[in-house]
Ligand binder design. Structure first.
Ligand SMILES: *[C@@H]1O[C@H](CO)[C@@H](O)[C@H](O)[C@H]1NC(C)=O
Ligand SMILES: *[C@@H]1O[C@H](CO)[C@@H](O)[C@H](O)[C@H]1NC(C)=O
Ligand SMILES: *[C@@H]1O[C@H](CO)[C@@H](O)[C@H](O)[C@H]1NC(C)=O
Ligand SMILES: *[C@@H]1O[C@H](CO)[C@@H](O)[C@H](O)[C@H]1NC(C)=O
Length: 343
């Protein structure tokens, strides 16, 4: 269009026969063509700048949410999942943190998880990998984790669109040690934080395991087996059973668990983590504040309806206490015989 305009001007110039000198006419034509050139150039420039601002605009639309108060060191841990199954609505741009509770059976992790899930913004989805096909190989594990962290995994612990921390409970013997290299890689690349939850007194843990497995058959509570209870009455009934611990295999068993925990801490030490012991949480409820800080969720009072099954002195909880005492005296596990907390 600019060119047309210029040509028209040129034509009109040529059509008007000048009376002044040819040189002056040539000068005028030259000046006009220069003006034309500048005009075309400026139009082109404007088009280029319009194009580039258009590109900038579309980049901003694709770019994920970026709240102003995220520190650079926190960036790898902050996520904005886009679930396939629902919309995060007004919380689309609220950051979500990923976590995994790494634990062993009968270490208070069930109780701990109910505490976490009493927080309005925390969703901890239980032992997802107790289902064997999900831990067949590293790819099925990654697939399952992807679904969980994208908020597309539905359990009773799934929260609303304003979930700020999402995770699971993962026992060391559920494919975690076997595929530790791939899992470390995944945790690192996806910014998953670890909550280690172990039990200091592995003898107490052993009593809990034996009692729980006895109840699987005996079903002391009106013919139903319960791993966790919600009333003192039920806890009392379950605690009436006193297991006999095999004194010969006791130390090798304790050592095996001890070594597995040490190995897990070693495998996953490069991942952002917090290390908790069941006993410390029982003795000091302010530990739960540390956990909430670690997950970067607003502080709330957490509560659980679960009731502790085994209370009171350790010596009253096993049938063959004298034998156990003798076996552990002088071993690295002697300290397990001492009272570590009172309820
Ligand atoms: C926590 O959940 C509440 C209720 O859904 C929501 O209003 C709030 O913004 C959430 N907080 C965070 C930090 O996401
Ligand atoms: C992992 O297991 C799934 C299901 O059994 C199978 O379909 C897939 O081929 C396996 N992947 C690898 C890499 O072995
Ligand atoms: C067993 O059932 C009876 C009758 O329903 C009830 O009164 C009792 O409390 C139950 N006991 C336990 C341990 O749940
Ligand atoms: C303890 O366990 C060992 C090995 O499993 C077994 O040979 C032994 O009979 C057990 N002892 C008792 C008292 O059950």
């Amino acid at each position: 269009m600019a060119e047309d305009l210029c040509l028209f001007n040129k034509d009109s110039l040529i059509l008007k026969p000048p009376k002044k000198s040819i040189l002056l006419l040539r000068m005028v034509v030259l000046i006009f063509s220069m003006v034309c050139g500048v005009y075309i150039f400026s139009v082109c420039l404007r088009q280029i700048s319009v194009q580039s601002t258009g590109q900038l605009f579309s980049v901003q639309v694709v770019r994920p949410c970026e709240p102003p108060n995220v520190e650079p060191s926190e960036k790898p841990f902050v996520h904005y999942p886009k679930p396939k199954t629902f919309s995060r609505a007004e919380c689309t741009c609220h950051p979500v943190r990923y976590f995994a509770i790494l634990s062993t059976q009968r270490s208070g992790s069930g109780w701990f998880e109910t505490l976490l899930n009493s927080h309005i913004n925390i969703s901890s989805n239980g032992e997802i990998f107790s289902v064997k096909p999900r831990r067949t190989n590293a790819s099925t594990i990654v697939e399952t984790l992807d679904k969980l962290y994208n908020l597309d995994f539905f359990t009773s612990a799934s929260k609303n669109e304003c979930t700020a921390a999402v995770g699971l409970k993962w026992m060391l013997n559920q494919g975690l040690m076997q595929h530790h290299e791939e899992i470390v890689e995944y945790f690192k690349s996806r910014g998953v934080s670890i909550i280690f939850l172990f039990r200091r007194n592995l003898l107490r843990r052993m009593i809990s395991i034996l009692a729980n497995s006895y109840d699987q058959n005996a079903k002391l509570l009106n013919g139903t087996h319960k791993s966790h209870v919600h009333s003192h009455h039920e806890a009392e009934i379950l605690a009436r059973y006193k297991p006999t611990i095999n004194a010969t295999t006791l130390i090798p068993n304790l050592r095996q668990v001890d070594e597995m925990v040490t190995k897990a801490l070693e495998y996953f030490k490069s991942i952002r983590h917090i290390l908790l012991y069941y006993e410390d949480i029982i003795k000091n409820p302010s530990k739960l504040r540390e956990v909430q800080d670690f997950l970067r969720v607003p502080q709330m009072d957490l509560n659980s309806r679960q009731v502790k099954i085994h209370k009171g002195s350790l010596s009253s909880q096993v049938e063959n206490w004298v034998e156990i005492e003798k076996a552990l005296k002088g071993s690295p596990y002697e300290s397990f015989l001492q009272e570590d907390y009172k309820m």
